[in-house]
Each structure stands twice: as C-alpha cells, then as structure tokens.
Design a protein around this ligand. Structure first.
Ligand code: MN
Length: 133
C-alpha cells in the first residue's frame, strides 16, 4: 500500500462546462478490473455542466455550498452539504452551483468497459432549463 501522488488540479473544458469548474482527481483504477473513479469538483457561483449521462450512473456527494441537479423531465433538485444525489445509468442530467454561492461535490462513478465513453457529453444547459431565464 502507499499514499497516492497528488494529481494537479485542472480546469474543466468550456465544451463541457459553463463558468469556472475545477476538478481534483482523487481515485482512479490502478489494478486488475477496478472501475472506481472519484473526483472533487469545485464550481464557481453560477457555473454548470453541459447535459451528460454516465454509462454506469453516478453518486454526487455535496460538501459545500448549494447544488442543483436537473433532468430532462424538467425537475430540478436542490442538494445541500452532507446529502448525496444518485443519477441512474444513461440518464441525462446536469450539475450546477447556486447563482451566488460556490459549490463543491465529490463525484463517484465506475468506468465503462471503454473508459473513454464512461460519460457521454451533450449540449450546454440554457438559462431557461436552469430556471434562471
Ligand atoms: Mn454527472
């Protein structure tokens, strides 16, 4: 066993995120058929992901601020620190910080058989979809 080397914080790409979103990769597969991936993700106020889905679903544990998660049915779920949201495999959704607060969450998921398609990215979320039009 060993202490893992710290991976540098990276800014997420504008094709998939609107506003400033930074990610710290914490856990990635190292041996055998491991699939677990964990990242600490920090959103600036008002920042959001584009629409996307995860092949094997995702758990989102909010650690700071106020988080909003939306689905194609138009429902928006507000999540607070200490709460964990679950998104089922293949279900389109987005993540966002509140308009006037930073938001941090842990993103926990399993890689797909082809790790390159673990997450499928789609179009950006509109202000109307966010309820901020
Ligand atoms: Mn997600």
């Amino acid at each position: 066993m060993d202490i893992q080397q710290k991976v540098p914080t990276v800014k997420n790409p504008p094709e998939q995120f609107a506003g400033d979103v930074w990610v710290d990769p914490l856990v990635a597969p190292r041996d055998g058929d491991q699939r677990t991936v964990v990242a600490k993700v920090r959103f600036a106020p008002g920042a959001r992901t584009a629409w996307h889905s995860h092949e094997r679903g995702q758990f989102l544990h909010v650690t700071e601020g106020v988080a909003y998660f939306g689905g194609r049915d138009g429902r928006i779920i507000e999540v607070h620190p200490g709460q964990t949201l679950y998104t089922p495999p293949g279900e389109d959704h987005w993540h966002a910080a509140g308009e006037d607060t930073f938001m941090e969450h842990l993103a926990i998921l399993e890689n797909g058989d082809d790790p390159a398609v673990t997450t499928t990215w789609k179009e950006h979320v509109t202000d109307e979809e966010l309820g901020r039009a």
